[in-house]
Design a protein around this ligand. Sequence first.
Ligand code: PGA
Length: 255
Amino acid sequence: MKKDLRKVVIAGNWKMNKTRVQAAELINQFKGVSDGSDVQVVVCVPYTNLETAVGAVKGTSVKIGAQNVHFEESGAFTGEISAAQLCEVGAEYVIIGHSERRQYFGETDETVNLRTKAALKSGLIPIMCVGESLDEREAGITEEILSTQIKLDFTGFTADEVKKTVIAYEPIWAIGTGKTATAEQAGEACGFIRGVIAKLYGQDVADSVTIQYGGSMNAKNAAELLAQEDVDGGLIGGASLVAADFEVIIKAAMA
Ligand code: PGA
């Protein structure tokens, strides 16, 4: 199966939650679960928790990520954090272009493209988010939206750079709403994205790139979503804040 060619990545997106003390407590509850398996568990924490989180996962296979990165190396960009600064504290992944950043913080496909390039240049693994809104889905233009985002977000990338990027398909209408895409909808959209990658960068890149589903993935629906041929993991918000639920999701990916 082609699925075996790809790395399964289960990433928690904590958003703006948890203090440092709470971060260490939460991580300590699930950190050993995936050891010895092929599943890569990643926890994307607020900047202020990065150092604590990196310390907490030491000796396990869990990796730590941030939730954004600036595209310049340094300079007069008040409030921003560079890729080198993330690497220095031990972050290995970074979420880029999350729909909340696109919606509330002026993120565009152009800045997603620049941030992803900067992340890769520093050796960070980008988790690049794409996805359609409810209006777009209802208007029947999901595929146009996804292919446009993929084309713009990867403009100027080499096949190798695309291969190193994790893509997260996150339908905006399913994020934090409790409305999950059905397993079929998730599988279909991830498969469609893989098809776009195949056209642009070749079948070999498409077969090996990790494509996650995100949007109200939880302990109950994870197994069904993760069983889809084109779903190679999950980007999990709410359920990643509850150790027992996150553990069930990790185990579903390991099954
Ligand atoms: P959710 O968030 O799991 O709470 O829907 C997912 C995300 O925003 O990445």
